[in-house]
Design a protein around this ligand. Sequence first.
Ligand code: 5GP
Length: 122
Amino acid sequence: MASYDDNNIFAKILRGEIPCNKCDEDDLTLSFYDIAPQAPVHVLVIPKGRYVDYANFVAHASVEEIAGFSAAIHRVAEKTGISETGYRIISNIGNDGHQDVPHLHMHVLGGGAMGPMLAKRP
Ligand code: 5GP
């Protein structure tokens, strides 16, 4: 697995070098609306710590950080109203997971029927 790149776009958002449309924040997490939404509600939840992906996070984060990340996802679903109707959470990891930004993020998607989980394979 690659080491953490401090120049990734979410690291820049965390440092305030690039703006974001914030949904939620606490000491351990930041949540903001995706710049290219794939659903009526599409929020990215990220830890403030330097973690490349979910596997790296679970292996190295503190119990407090892991619990705080889960709580932030739940809070975003409540704040955006999608907890009423249902939603989907996705975290892409690595090449096969098609992860573009190498800072852990959970996609929180909702606001309409999400359809099948994956495109059908040929
Ligand atoms: P990934 O493919 O890594 O799972 O998802 C990266 C997500 O980050 C994409 O959904 C993409 O639209 C979003 N994204 C990329 N750059 C920015 C940005 O500068 N601001 C925001 N808010 N979202 C971004």
